[in-house]
Design a binder for this molecule. Structure first.
Ligand code: CMP
Length: 156
């Protein structure tokens, strides 16, 4: 089994609209393990670092302003093929193209306020989680979810 960690951020639009619980529930109910989570106000430095790849694009300034406009909930999510599967649960960046039943299809009216971000690769996940967490100290790794216990028992 390919166990991966990915970085997820519930964005200001979803926090302001009271959707935090519903979004977290999507990952928990699927069987993913949340191993770190915090609410924070994103600093200028964190925003610039997180969205460095988009610097120079027409939507960059709006993106940075938006991510700092209200708190975000930053998470590290672990599980089987977590990078791709978490993005599957999110749906396409543009909610108009998102699969029915995905977070963005269900909750987001427009790409600039698409409720949630998730890393696009294992490398991006490592980089992004280190912007928001002290990875050596803040990840809760010494526990098992019910799903992990079930899978452990089946493999005996
Ligand atoms: P996210 O997954 O956080 O990554 C970059 C964000 O830029 C993206 O979600 C969108 O919310 C936002 N964005 C705004 N306009 C565009 C655009 N034209 N193309 C891609 N992303 C955009």
């Amino acid at each position: 089994m390919n166990i991966e960690r990915t970085f997820v951020a519930i964005k200001p639009d979803a926090v302001q609209r009271g959707l935090m619980g519903k979004i977290i529930t999507r990952f928990e109910e699927k069987g993913f393990k949340i191993i770190a989570m915090k609410m924070l106000e994103v600093s200028n430095e964190q925003a610039a670092s997180h969205y460095a790849e988009h610097k120079g694009k027409p939507f960059y300034d709006g993106l940075v302003k938006f991510i700092m406009s209200a708190p975000v909930v930053a998470m590290v999510v672990e599980g089987i093929d977590a990078v791709a599967e978490v993005r599957h649960i999110l749906g396409a960046t543009n909610p108009n193209n998102a699969d029915v039943g995905s977070i963005r299809a269900d909750f987001s009216p427009v790409m600039s306020c698409n409720c949630v971000h998730a890393s696009d690769s294992v490398e991006s996940a490592k980089r992004e989680m280190s912007i928001y967490f002290d990875v050596e100290k803040e990840l809760c790794t010494k526990w098992k979810t019910r799903m992990e216990i079930i899978l452990d028992d089946l493999s005996k």
